[in-house]
Design a protein around this ligand. Structure first.
Ligand code: ADP
Ligand code: MG
Length: 386
């Protein structure tokens, strides 16, 4: 048993004086490329990683339910005969939001969980909690929910109980992930394909900036308005355009004046990023990691200069990494204004990247950086303890 599963199972035993029926692992995720296009008619290229929330679950024998968050040292109890609505203690809502829509099909249960996914760093610990809880209940009560239903249940929990109007990528990646495969997901239709991502001598390293600037939500909402208004202007001029997927830079250039400087930048980013995802899939398919790295670098440039969702800390980490030979690509990952950068580099350059950037970041911002080397791994699954 891994240290994480060992910890969760022994805590369950100690708290409830009995064995859990099931142990579940639910992973965090990365996104190789395709940032801020999930709500702009684009494709994304996420993958599950080897950082997990681990759950131990069994029936309670009554209608009462107990949730134990070991990492927060918190317990929450409720009864299935009571009405279930959001509570003040935020972590509880990620699970209650999953329980509420399927309450009628459940009996009382006890759930203990702990995680190796850093919280709030953009690796989607929230989706891992939601989808892991959904998977655990689906298994324990034999609900017969499909993977897609589990992902949607997680997303719905985040919308209704947490209040974040997230896209489906995070939950989808957590549930559908496969070892050494990235998912090319069409966020409009939920159609998807797997692509092998055997990185050979290369690897993926995340640098956690440890900052989270507060304008994330407002920045996100403003971008959504800007790109929607931008697309409407393009559509007026070119009736053949329905979505950003139909747009080219020629379209954007020809309405540059009508868009104005800000919307022009936002639209340019979206159109270019959608194109880059297609090119990245080609690069992966032909093991052309240099080309993939260049695309990743171009995405950062676009996110920073045109989409303007980066920040000084992320720009610094990316610039430092790009200066190291054998780092093929570096960019901010996720919503922006903080969280992690993702870096594609030669395995032999890991310690150089780690040492140099840790020191430089500490000197510049006074912050201790966290470094995570990640492997592309299996999605939410039952852990076999035997
Ligand atoms: P991200 O999904 O990028 O990690 P979010 O802010 O969306 O960041 O979600 C983080 C929240 O999810 C935490 O503040 C907490 O409420 C909940 N959460 C995540 N992991 C755990 C955990 N191990 N134990 C309890 N709650 C967790
Ligand atoms: Mg989240």
């Amino acid at each position: 048993m891994s240290a994480l599963t060992e910890k969760v199972v022994s805590a369950y035993l100690q708290i409830f004086q009995s064995e859990p029926s099931y142990t579940i692992l639910s992973p965090g995720r990365i996104n190789i490329i395709g940032e801020h296009v999930d709500y702009n008619d684009g494709f994304v290229l996420p993958a599950a990683i080897n950082k997990y929330v681990c759950f131990a679950i069994a029936e309670s024998g009554s209608s009462s339910c107990t949730l134990v968050a070991l990492d927060l040292d918190k317990t929450y109890a409720f009864d299935l005969t009571d009405e279930i609505s959001p509570v003040a203690d935020m972590w509880v809502n990620y699970i209650l939001g999953v329980v509420a829509p399927i309450k009628k099909e459940l009996k009382g249960f006890n759930l203990v969980f702990s995680s190796t996914i850093p919280m709030g760093s953009g690796l989607s610990s929230s989706a891992a909690v939601e989808c892991g809880a959904a998977f655990a209940l689906n298994t324990l009560f034999d609900l017969g929910l499909s993977k897609e239903q589990l992902a949607k249940l997680g997303q719905q929990a985040e919308h209704t109980f947490v209040g974040v109007k997230c896209g489906i990528m995070d939950q989808f990646a957590s549930v559908f992930g496969k070892a050494n495969q990235v998912i090319k997901l069409d966020c409009n239709t939920l159609t998807y394909d797997y692509f092998p991502a055997d990185l050979g001598d290369y690897c993926l390293v995340l640098l956690d900036s440890k900052v989270k600037h507060t304008h994330l939500t407002s920045g996100y909402n403003t971008r959504r308005e800007e790109v929607e208004a931008g697309l409407n202007i393009i559509k007026q001029a070119f009736p053949e355009v329905n979505t950003y997927r139909d747009c080219t830079m020629e379209h954007v250039e020809s309405v540059k004046d009508r868009l104005g400087a800000i919307r022009y930048k936002r639209c340019s980013y979206v159109v270019k990023e959608i194109k880059r995802v297609g090119e990245a899939v080609q690069a992966l398919a032909s093991n052309n990691f240099e080309a993939l790295g260049k695309l990743i670098n171009a995405t950062h440039e676009g996110l920073s200069a045109d989409y303007e969702v980066s920040c000084d800390e992320l720009d610094f980490l990316v610039a430092q990494a790009q200066n190291i030979p054998d780092v093929l690509g570096a960019r901010m990952m996720g919503g922006g204004f903080g969280g992690c950068t993702i870096n594609l580099l030669k395995k032999s350059a890991i310690s150089k990247l780690e040492d140099e950037i840790q020191l430089a970041y500490k000197k510049r911002f006074g912050i201790d950086l966290e470094v995570y080397q990640v492997a592309i791994s299996e999605g939410t699954h039952l852990y076999n303890r035997n």
